[in-house]
Design a protein around this ligand. Structure first.
Ligand code: MN
Length: 250
């Protein structure tokens, strides 16, 4: 059995090494991950530039593109047959609530789900003051979830988004199924000038809050629970669709 591992932090990141080593307990591991960090690239595909692939070790590849590019090339070019499972991560930093729309880690798993494969994204929730990463805690949770998926499968076009607090394994309270919450960030724009006096900008600010339900992913992870959130590729708002039917079709 083959397991494909990818991420958005790059092929040599600490989290992908930890996850690939742990996944060896499940089967033959293939790593296909970006050459450079691609955090925040979401599901973009490189359609207008060529992609370079390099094999750094047996079955361990970098791709000069995005996480979705990596899954695409792994499934349709590099691997001899599709993997039984796709794992993405472990991301350095959580992907909670709104984050899933921007995350390359989640997008790699979603690209696999769109291709009909069971997929799990795994992220480690870091506080600003955290220096050390408890990859051991994250991969223990990842393996537990992966075994459940291999045993029971996932519904079509559904992927799992897993977030793990950055604590030693014995301080983790457990694993909870959770809804996607709402995460807010400071809307910060930093304006600077280049050597020729032209302005350039850095966008993105600090985490502000997890809003909404106490049993959603963010509040649970802050309370030292690992969370598993099922995400579906069907983004249709079915409740509002009924209202639209009434307005347009009636
Ligand atoms: Mn990342």
């Amino acid at each position: 059995m083959r397991v494909l591992v990818s991420n958005d932090d790059g092929y040599d990141a600490g989290g992908v090494h930890a996850l690939a080593e742990a996944a060896a307990a499940l089967g033959e591991v293939w790593v296909v991950a970006p050459l450079t960090e691609q955090s925040g690239q979401s599901h973009s595909l490189s359609l207008s530039v060529p992609l370079r692939v390099r094999e750094h070790a047996p079955r361990w590849f970098s791709v000069s593109g995005t996480p979705a590019d990596c899954i695409y090339l792994a499934l349709h070019e590099l691997m001899p047959e599709p993997p039984a499972l796709v794992l993405s991560g472990v991301n350095r930093g959580s992907n909670l609530g709104n984050d899933v729309h921007y995350s390359g880690t989640v997008a790699a798993a979603r690209e696999a789900a769109l291709a009909g494969l069971p997929a799990v994204a795994v992220s480690l929730h870091l506080e600003p003051e955290d220096r050390d990463c408890h990859w051991d805690t994250a991969v223990q949770v990842a393996l537990r979830v992966a075994r459940m998926v291999l045993d029971a499968g996932l519904p079509p076009r559904t992927l799992l988004n897993v977030n793990v607090p950055n604590v030693p394994p014995d301080q983790l309270l457990g694993v909870r199924a959770a809804t996607l919450g709402v995460r807010t960030y400071e809307n910060r724009v930093t304006r600077r000038e280049d050597p020729w006096g032209r302005p350039y900008y850095w966008i993105g600010g600090a985490h502000l809050a997890f809003e909404g339900r106490a049993d959603s992913d963010g509040p649970l992870v802050e309370g030292r629970w690992a969370t598993v959130t099922p995400l579906h590729c069907d983004l249709t708002d079915h409740a509002f669709l009924d209202a639209l039917h009434d307005r347009f079709d009636g």
